[in-house]
Design a protein around this ligand. Structure first.
Ligand SMILES: Nc1ncnc2c1ncn2[C@@H]1O[C@H](COP(=O)(O)OP(=O)(O)OP(=O)(O)O)[C@@H](O)[C@H]1O
Ligand SMILES: [Zn+2]
Length: 841
C-alpha cells in the first residue's frame, strides 16, 4: 500500500508509521488540558472562556516572525542588519531624545518589522494601520509597507535610522483592534504581518479602485482681506465672494456655474494667490444594484417558535452581558436558524451596532441574501463576482458606519465595521471557511479572536456542527443552544438506504430501482426532486482496457476527467485540458473506456429515464457565469424545473417546500479519502442534502445509495442523529489525538526536482526534531511523505504532519525550526506551513 496515501487513511496507520514511540507516548491526553479551537493560549487553568487569544498576545512578539517562508516565495532571510551598511559598534549607540520612530512591515521578503524615523512634519499624521513608502537595503529601493506602531521619545540607534519617505493614506486602513488582529493572525498562522495586511485589506481598496482625484478650491484666508478684494476686477471679486460665502470647497466647474463666470477669472484668482487648491480622492461610482430583492419568498417576520424564542433569549443575554462569548446554535435542518440570527442582529442594531454574517458562498444561497436584504436597510453583501470598484465602494460604506449588516464569505470576518456588535457564522462546519492560501486562516478561529477581543458574542450555527465546535461546548468554551424541531414541528424526512452491493438493488446505470421508482412517484405527485452526485464531468477515468493505461495530467499525475461537452479531458486539480483521445495514447488500442460517473453522465441518464421531466444540472461547469445560480434556483422555486441534480453546491441551505424527494447517488464518495475528517464530511453532506426535503406541508423522503450502509456515519445520517455520530467520532479522534482533541499542523514542501525537494523536506524534519528536543515538547512528527496529490502543477510535493496536544506547542516548535531556515535559491523549493489544516491532499 502506498505510504503516501495512508497517513490518514486508517486511524491506526500514523501510529504504525511513527518509528519512535518514546517521543510521543500515547495516550498523551491523560493529564493535559484539552485544547479546542478556542484560544488554547489562554485555557491553561483559568477557565476564562471570554478572553481573546489576542489579549495574551504582545506586539513585541512580532520581531520573532522575521525570516518566514512565504507562499510561493523564498524564505526571507534578511535581518535588520542588512538594512544598514554597517552595524554601529555599541559605543556609538546614541540615545537621542525626542525622536519619533515607526515599526514598518513589508508585504514581500524581507518582511520586517523595521524601524524608521518619522519626519517632523508627519508626526501628527502617522498612525498604525497606514501605508508608507520606505527605502530598503543598500540600494534604497522604495517599498510600500504598513505602519504597525509608533514610538515617541528616546530611541537607540536613531542616527542610523532612515526616514519614512511618504505616508500613503489619509486615514488608517485598519483601526487599532484590527492591527492587533493582524498581529495575532501573523503569529498563529506563521505568516508575515505584511501578507496578513494584504489579505485583510482587499486589493481593490489598496488600489483605490473606482476612484479619481478631484481638485477643490478654497479662499486663501491670508490674502483675502476686504481691501485686497475691493481692488480686484468685478468678475474675480464676485467669484471670490461667492466662494467665501459658500463656506465649502468647490471644484472650478462648480464655481463657474454658481458664480456665472468663465474659467478666466478663476485662473486669475489662483495665480494671484487668492485661492488655494486641495486634492481629494472620490468614488466615481455608486454601487450598481443588480440584485432583485423580490424572489417570491414570504417577506414578513415570523412569530418565533418556542425553540427559536429560547435560542434568541440566550443570544440576547450574551449580547447584554457585554462580554465575548461563543454560542453554538445546533438546530436541525429547517429549524429556522436564519430567523434567529436576524432577530439577534435586529437587537444589536437597535443599540447602534453592526453585525457580520458569514455564509458559505453567497451565490449558492441567494435566498439567504434576500432574507437579510429585506429585513435591514443597510446591508452590504460581499461576494466573489463583485468588480473591484464595487468591492471598494462597499468597504468604504462599511468603514464609514453606513452598514448595519455585512453578509459574505470567510473574508467578511475582516469587515471594518466601526461598531461591531455580533458575528454570526452560518453552516459553520463548511470547509470554505478555511483559506487555502497564505495566511491559511480559519474564519471561525479569526472570528473568535476578533469577537472576544471586542467583547461581543460569536454565534456558530449548523445542523451538523464541526467536531471542533462540538468539542468546545463539551469543554465549556462555547454555550450550546439546541433546536430539535423543525418549524411547525414538521417531521424529519424518512431516509431509505439502498445497499449497492446487492445485485437486485442495482440497475444498469447510476440510479437504483428504488430511486427510480421514488422519482416516478414524486413526479406523478407534482413534487420536485434533488439528486446529489459529488463528481463533476462525464466520466472520471479514461482507461485503456487493453494495456491498462490511464490518461493522466502530466503536471499533476492525476487521472483526467472526460467532459462530454466539447470532448475534453480535464485535470480537476490544475485545469490542464486536452481533446479526449479516441484511442489509447500508449498502445493505440481503439476502444478506450470511460469509467466512473460524473454529473454530466448522470444528467444524460436522468433525461433518458424521465423524458417528460425538466432537468437542470448545477455544478461548477454549468455555473460559471455570474447570476447562473440565481437563475436556476428561481426556476426551480417557481416549479419550472422538476429535477435538480448537481454536486454539493445543491446540498447547502436551500429551502424549497415542494422538494419531496432527495436522492444521494453515492454516499461513499467522500468516505474513502485519506483524511481523518472523511467520516465527518460524509455525515455532514448526507445529512445536509437529506435536509433539503420535507420542508413543506407535503413531507418528504430520502433515498441514499451506498456500498457501506453499515458505516456509522451513514447510519447516523440516515437517522438524522448528530449526537450519535459526534459521540462515536469523538472516540475515534481521541484514540489518535486528532483534532479537536489534539492539534495538527502540516508543512508542504514543493519543488521542481523530486530528489531535491525530498532532501529539503528531510532537512526540515531534522530541524523540527532538533526544535522538539530543545523545547522539550511532545510533538509527533510524521513524514516526510508524498501526499495523495504528490505532484501538482508540475511540482513534486512532500508533506510533514505534526501533532501535539496544544496548538501553541506545535506553533513554537515549527517557528523554532523554520525561523532561520533558508533554502538555496538554486534548489527552487518552497515550503508552506498550514496550521490546523482542513485538507490533507
Ligand atoms: N417562526 C417561524 N414561523 C414560520 N416559519 C418560519 C419560522 N422561522 C423560520 N421559518 C421558515 O422556515 C424555513 C426554514 O428556515 P431556515 O431556512 O432558516 O432553516 P435552517 O435552520 O437554516 O435550515 P438549514 O440548516 O436546513 O438551512 C424558512 O422557510 C423560514 O422562512
Ligand atoms: Zn493537472
Amino acid at each position: 500500500m502506498e505510504i503516501s496515501l495512508t497517513l490518514f487513511s486508517h486511524f491506526d496507520l500514523p501510529a504504525m508509521l511513527h518509528s519512535d514511540p518514546t517521543s510521543f507516548p500515547l495516550p498523551i491526553l491523560g493529564s493535559a488540558v484539552m485544547p479546542s479551537f478556542e484560544s488554547e493560549q489562554n485555557h491553561r487553568d483559568d477557565g476564562d472562556t471570554n478572553r481573546s487569544p489576542i489579549d495574551d498576545f504582545e506586539l513585541d512578539n512580532l520581531d520573532r516572525g522575521r525570516g518566514q517562508a512565504s507562499e510561493g516565495g523564498k524564505p526571507g532571510s534578511s535581518q535588520q542588519a542588512e538594512l544598514f551598511e554597517t552595524d554601529p559598534p555599541p559605543w556609538e549607540l546614541t540615545v537621542e531624545a525626542d525622536i519619533a520612530t515607526a515599526k514598518i512591515v513589508l508585504s514581500e521578503a524581507p518582511y520586517g518589522p523595521y524601524d524608521y524615523r518619522i519626519p517632523e512634519q508627519d508626526r501628527e499624521h502617522i498612525k498604525p494601520g497606514m501605508r508608507v513608502r520606505v527605502p530598503l537595503g543598500r540600494r534604497r529601493q522604495p517599498m510600500i509597507g504598513w505602519c504597525i506602531s509608533t514610538q515617541f521619545g528616546a530611541v537607540k540607534q536613531s542616527g542610523k535610522l532612515r526616514d519614512i519617505v511618504e505616508i500613503l493614506d489619509d486615514e488608517p486602513l485598519c483601526d487599532p483592534p484590527l492591527v492587533r488582529l493582524v498581529a495575532w493572525i501573523s503569529h498563529y498562522y506563521q505568516t508575515p504581518m505584511g501578507q496578513v495586511f494584504d489579505t485583510l485589506i482587499p486589493s481593490s481598496v489598496r488600489a483605490n479602485a473606482g476612484t479619481r482625484e478631484r481638485s477643490y478650491l478654497t479662499p486663501n484666508e491670508s490674502n483675502c482681506d476686504e481691501d485686497q478684494i475691493e481692488k480686484l476686477p468685478k468678475k474675480q471679486q464676485s467669484a471670490l465672494r461667492f466662494l467665501i460665502a459658500a463656506a465649502r470647497p468647490m471644484t472650478a466647474s462648480e464655481l463657474m456655474v454658481h458664480a456665472e463666470c468663465t474659467r478666466g477669472p478663476i485662473s486669475a484668482l489662483e495665480s494671484k494667490g487668492f485661492l488655494k487648491t486641495m486634492v481629494r480622492r472620490e468614488m466615481t461610482t455608486s454601487t450598481p444594484m443588480r440584485w432583485q430583492k423580490n424572489d417570491g419568498e414570504d417577506t414578513s417576520a415570523h412569530t418565533l417558535s418556542s425553540e427559536q424564542r429560547v435560542a434568541l433569549d440566550r443570544i440576547n443575554a450574551a449580547i447584554h452581558s457585554g462580554k465575548g462569548k461563543t454560542l453554538l446554535l445546533h438546530g436541525v435542518t429547517g429549524s429556522g436558524k436564519t430567523e434567529v440570527y436576524i432577530r439577534a442582529i435586529e437587537h444589536v442594531v437597535k443599540f447602534g451596532r453592526g453585525a457580520i454574517v458569514m455564509v458559505p458562498e453567497i451565490s449558492l444561497t441567494p435566498q439567504t441574501r434576500g432574507r437579510f436584504e429585506r429585513r435591514f436597510d443597510g446591508v452590504a453583501v460581499l461576494h466573489s463576482q463583485m468588480t473591484p470598484a464595487e468591492r471598494h465602494f462597499q468597504w468604504q460604506r462599511i468603514r464609514r458606519g453606513e452598514v448595519q449588516v455585512v453578509v459574505g464569505p470567510r473574508s467578511a470576518v475582516f469587515a471594518p465595521l466601526p461598531r461591531l456588535g455580533l458575528i454570526v457564522i452560518d453552516e459553520e462546519h463548511d470547509a470554505s471557511f478555511k483559506q487555502d492560501t497564505q495566511p491559511r486562516y480559519h474564519a471561525r478561529k479569526v472570528a473568535h479572536a476578533r469577537a472576544m477581543s471586542l467583547g461581543v458574542p460569536l454565534i456558530l450555527g449548523s445542523a451538523t456542527p464541526s467536531m471542533e465546535s462540538w468539542h468546545a461546548t463539551a469543554s465549556g468554551h462555547a454555550e450550546l443552544i439546541t433546536m430539535k424541531e423543525r418549524i411547525y414541528n414538521r417531521p424529519m424526512p424518512n431516509v431509505e438506504l439502498v445497499d449497492l452491493r446487492i445485485r437486485d438493488q442495482r440497475s444498469r446505470g447510476a440510479i437504483s430501482r428504488q430511486l427510480h421508482q421514488a422519482t416516478v412517484d414524486t413526479l406523478k405527485e407534482n413534487g420536485q426532486v434533488i439528486l446529489l452526485l459529488n463528481r463533476r464531468g462525464f466520466a472520471t477515468t479514461i482507461q485503456c482496457p487493453s494495456c491498462g493505461h490511464v490518461v493522466a495530467c502530466p503536471d499533476c499525475d492525476m487521472p483526467l476527467t472526460h467532459h462530454r461537452d466539447g470532448g475534453k479531458a480535464v485535470c480537476h486539480y490544475c485545469d490542464y485540458t486536452i481533446a479526449t483521445p479516441p484511442w489509447c495514447p500508449a498502445c493505440r488500442y481503439d476502444g478506450i473506456r470511460y469509467g466512473g460517473l460524473g454529473t454530466q453522465k448522470l444528467e444524460v441518464e436522468v433525461k433518458a429515464r424521465f423524458p417528460d421531466a425538466r432537468v437542470a444540472r448545477m455544478d461548477s461547469d454549468t455555473m460559471r457565469r455570474p447570476g447562473s445560480h440565481q437563475r436556476v434556483l428561481s426556476a426551480f422555486r417557481s416549479g419550472e424545473l422538476n429535477i435538480l441534480l448537481g454536486t454539493q453546491m445543491i446540498a447547502k441551505g436551500l429551502d424549497f417546500p415542494n422538494v419531496l424527494l432527495v436522492g444521494v447517488i453515492n454516499a461513499d464518495s467522500a468516505l474513502h479519502f485519506p483524511d481523518f475528517r472523511a467520516a465527518e464530511r460524509t455525515f455532514q453532506l448526507v445529512t445536509q442534502v437529506a435536509g433539503r426535503t420535507g420542508r413543506g406541508s407535503r413531507g418528504g423522503r430520502v433515498v441514499v445509495q451506498t456500498f457501506t450502509p453499515e458505516h456509522p456515519a451513514i447510519q447516523a445520517a440516515s437517522r438524522h442523529d448528530y449526537l450519535q455520530f459526534a459521540t462515536d467520532e469523538m472516540v475515534n479522534r481521541r484514540k489518535f489525538n486528532y483534532p479537536p482533541l489534539g492539534s495538527v499542523a502540516r508543512i508542504i514542501i514543493r519543488g521542481v526536482v523530486e530528489e531535491v525537494t525530498e532532501a529539503v523536506a528531510d532537512s526540515l524534519v531534522s530541524r523540527l526534531e532538533a526544535a522538539r528536543l530543545a523545547l522539550e515538547t511532545e510533538v509527533r512528527i510524521l513524514g516526510p511523505a508524498p501526499p495523495p496529490i504528490s505532484k501538482l502543477r508540475g511540482k513534486y510535493r512532500f508533506h510533514i504532519l505534526l501533532q501535539a496536544t496544544q496548538a501553541s506547542i506545535l506553533g513554537e516548535t515549527i517557528r523554532r525550526a523554520t525561523d532561520s531556515f533558508t533554502i538555496p535559491e538554486k534548489d527552487d523549493v518552497q515550503f508552506v506551513v498550514d496550521i490546523d489544516p482542513m485538507d490533507m491532499l
